[in-house]
Design a protein around this ligand. Structure first.
Ligand code: NAD
Length: 359
């Protein structure tokens, strides 16, 4: 039976990427029935909203979605469609594997780590107060001189519940994917309440996995330096939302840039697969951006669907194209178009399938 998947092309360079990725997934021969859905600028023009209810219903029904990037509009009441989607669907764990498949424009030689980012709270909760607002004034009073007059204020909520499920997810992910170690990253020495709670809960969760998965702690500033100098020492990283966001771009840089960094968001009911990168507005319509990040996100989706052989074949096809360096987009030093790089991956997939049949 075919897997029914919600496909959201997104906006900006999203639609041109989604078209290529759809062809690549079809070349894996996994039976998939795509249900098209809109979000972002396309949805706003057609339905008057950036995130139509129909799109949310489609994801809830199918439980799996593949999504192109979506531009965050400036000056509307909407914080971000991406943040709203994660919140609406309670996609609490954001998983971003960073693997160096072949030599890339990066000094790193060996990188194979996974960023597991909390997706629902922290400074992304959207609790902000403008300077001089009654709420800001009230907080200013409570802060007893620690906040300057007329400061803008953002609140950083970290809860035991959200932390527990995120860290447990990171450990279970490590077990499931035969990974050795989980490193929990905070700034608990300074943010004693919020990051302090994250760390305390992480330690309790880690105890339950003792003897099965190694546990270690790092401070976020030191972690950034460690990752640049010796990324090969790290495996699974579990972090609060904002640090996770920043660190995943750093890790994308270690493997050649945003063009090759895939991602997935998991909740208890649904999973949404998307690249780390955004809509790259300056390249819209040029057929120029790298499709690898979204193709590898689709590879993670196939793995999630239980299509292990097809996902491994797709990963191998991507690795071959990256290491041969004949069909690379501009960001990796090549001059292939989005479509040409996608076609090269399709050809590799076909060759690998033929080889499997004949051997
Ligand atoms: P961006 O990721 O779109 O671009 C950052 C840089 O990376 C640019 O130089 C861009 O050209 C390059 N880049 C991005 N994707 C690439 C690809 N596939 N191949 C080659 N190069 C690529 O980030 P931005 O410019 O800060 O954001 C643009 C818009 O996207 C904003 O509205 C932002 O809010 C949104 N955004 C969306 C998502 C998402 O949909 N999940 C994620 C991040 C940003």
């Amino acid at each position: 039976m075919a897997h029914r998947i919600t496909l959201i092309p997104g906006d900006g360079t999203g639609p041109e990427l989604a078209e290529v990725v759809r062809d690549v997934v079809e070349a894996t021969e996994v039976p998939i029935e795509w249900e098209m859905a809109e979000a972002g600028e396309a949805a706003l023009k057609k339905h008057g909203t950036l995130l139509p209810q129909k799109t949310l219903d489609s994801i809830r029904k199918n439980r799996v979605a593949l999504k192109g990037p979506i531009t965050t509009p400036i000056g509307t009441g909407f914080r971000s469609v991406n943040v709203a989607l994660r919140r609406e669907l309670d996609l609490y764990a954001c998983v971003r594997p960073c693997k160096l498949y072949a030599q890339a424009p990066t000094p790193a030689r060996r990188v194979d780590l996974v960023v597991v980012r909390e997706n629902t709270e922290d400074l992304y909760a959207g609790v902000e107060f403008a300077p001089g607002s009654p709420e800001a004034k009230k907080i200013e009073e409570m802060a007893d001189g620690k906040i300057a007059k007329n400061a803008a204020i953002s609140i950083k909520p970290i809860s035991e519940k959200a932390t527990e499920r995120l860290v447990r997810f990171a450990f279970e992910y490590a077990m499931q994917h035969k990974r050795r170690k989980v490193t929990v990253v905070t700034k608990a020495n300074i943010m004693k309440c919020t990051d302090g709670l994250f760390l305390e809960v992480a330690r309790q969760v880690a105890k339950k996995f003792e003897g099965r998965v190694e546990y270690e702690e790092r401070l976020i500033d030191n972690m950034c330096m460690q990752l640049v100098l010796k990324p090969q020492f790290y495996d699974v990283l579990a972090l609060p939302n904002l640090y996770g966001d920043i660190l995943s771009d750093l890790c994308a840089g270690l493997i050649g840039g945003l063009g090759v960094a895939p991602g997935a968001n998991f909740g208890t009911e649904t999973a949404l697969f998307e690249a780390v990168h955004g809509s790259a507005p300056k390249y819209v319509g040029l057929n120029k951006v790298n499709p690898t990040a979204l193709i590898l996100s689709a590879m993670l989706m196939l793995r999630h669907l239980g299509q292990v052989q097809a996902s491994q074949r797709l990963e191998q096809a991507v690795a071959q194209v990256l290491s041969e360096r004949r069909h690379l987009t501009y960001d990796l030093g090549g001059c292939a178009t989005t479509r040409e790089m996608g076609e090269a991956i399709i050809q590799k997939l076909k060759a690998l399938a033929t080889h499997e049949i004949s051997s």
